[in-house]
Design a protein around this ligand. Structure first.
Ligand code: AMP
Length: 420
């Protein structure tokens, strides 16, 4: 056997239904909030993420699946969606094409990370982005959308954390304050942090090394270094969240692992899924569109990890509404009629199964049970001669003979009745 690549996984029946649920719930929700779907390629130019995600980020420095293709171009499997969506926004002038540029995407992302529960090398995100609105009301709306998604998926014990990382006007002063507060301690931090201190001190907050944490916990807070405009913006975001009644905590460590964030950043953490507990994260990126060659337009969005949403969702042996039918045949002439009935049922919009190997009626009924069939439709010589089908209620046990001509409509009514 040739196994799947480390850090990748198959999504099999039994689990895939939970994925479908995440997709269906989020699609409905996004459309209610006015978002339209966009699908972009999985491969992009490496420089899109070097420029977009940022040269100093762990993603770009350590985690990209980048390679030189046969034409000599540097290509990468996308590690995240935002730069791709910004590229599409600019390349197709979506600002002109859409009345309101609000877009979403579902798809696989690739990062060469150390795999563990909730962390994979190929994982899946759903991602939303809004372009061109700088009003703090839209920050709160995007957070509200994320909060609604988590709520509609039934994820309990979720915690929302928010922060403001300021803008290019006020961030340099914060960076300096970080270095000043660190002082000599910088030499006691891990090698990665010493490098971060040199290129982008904010990135020190991404550090996961346990020995570094007491030093990092004592560092200054970005909200204390905001310029007036950023301070007013953050106050308005907080006011709107209060108005919506969304509970949140301000976390000074939430700078997020990407370079492009400005002002609002946020994450939602789940209580029940282990160490990799961030189910969703996002924020505002007011300079990114311009930096990637587009017009000077602001943006804000978030990405949720679908694996982690699926992990955090309650098990709930929820009734999925399926009421399959099973067609059982006894003897060769009946088998042909059964195949025709099977096809008629499916054409009428009903889920129907049959066994093709001509096993005993007992083993066919066992199969019907395994499929959790609501009704079995039995055809034998007797039924054929009389022009009827025996319809057996698999939960209550009763059986009735229904004329072959009427049986499809009869089943439709039975199935609809069971769903009420
Ligand atoms: P990020 O793009 O790093 O802000 O991540 C956004 C969300 O994607 C996180 O909150 C996770 O839910 C998910 N995520 C990020 N990296 C991984 C990974 N390696 N495996 C699974 N999910 C991930």
């Amino acid at each position: 056997m040739i196994p799947a690549i480390r850090g990748t996984h198959d999504i099999l029946p039994g689990e895939v239904e939970r994925w479908q649920r995440v997709e269906a719930v989020s699609r409905r929700l996004f459309e209610r909030y006015g978002y339209a779907e966009v699908r972009t390629p999985i491969i992009e130019r490496e420089e899109l993420f070097a420029k977009g995600t940022g040269e100093t980020t762990d993603i770009v420095q350590k985690e990209m699946y980048a390679f030189t293709d046969k034409g000599g171009e540097r290509i990468t499997l996308r590690p995240e969606a935002t730069p791709s969506l910004v590229r599409a926004f600019v390349e197709h002038s979506l600002e002109q094409a859409m009345a309101s540029p609000k877009i979403y995407l579902f798809g696989p992302m690739f990062r060469y990370e150390r795999p563990q529960k909730g962390r994979y090398r190929q994982f899946h995100q759903l991602d939303v982005e809004v372009f061109g609105v700088s009003d703090p009301a839209v920050d709160a709306e995007v957070v509200d959308l994320a909060w609604a998604l988590v709520g509609e998926l039934g994820i309990a014990n979720a915690e929302l954390v928010v922060n403001s990382v300021g803008c290019p006007a006020c961030r340099p002063a914060f960076g300096e304050a970080l270095l000043k507060a660190l002082g000599e301690d910088v030499t006691r931090l891990c090698g990665d942090c010493q490098r971060r201190a040199g290129v982008n001190p904010l990135r020190i907050f991404d550090c996961k090394v346990p020995q570094d944490q007491p030093i990092i916990d004592g560092l200054p807070h970005s909200v204390d270094y905001l310029c007036d405009a950023c301070r007013d913006h953050f106050a308005a975001v907080e006011r709107h969240l209060g108005m919506y009644g969304i509970p949140y905590r301000v976390s000074h460590r939430l700078v997020r692992g990407l370079d492009y964030y400005t002002r609002t950043t946020f994450e939602i953490l789940a209580g029940n899924i282990g160490a990799q507990n961030a189910i969703l994260g996002g924020g505002r990126y007011d300079g990114l569109v311009k930096q990637l060659g587009g017009p000077d337009r602001v943006g804000i969005g978030f990405a949720a990890g679908i694996e982690r949403l699926v992990l955090a969702m309650p098990d709930g042996a929820r009734d999925d509404g399926r009421r399959p039918l099973f067609v059982a045949a006894m003897g060769e002439p009946a088998r042909e009629s059964a195949l025709a009935l099977l096809r008629d049922l499916r054409r009428a919009g009903l889920e129907a199964h049959m066994e093709y190997e001509g096993r005993s009626i007992k083993s066919q009924m066992k199969r019907a049970d395994r499929l959790k069939a609501a009704f079995a439709l039995i055809l034998g010589d007797d039924e054929l001669a009389a022009g009827v089908v025996s319809v057996k209620d698999m939960t209550k046990g009763g059986q009735a003979r229904v004329s072959r001509d009427a049986v499809v409509n009869h089943c439709r009514a039975l199935v609809a009745g069971g769903q009420e």
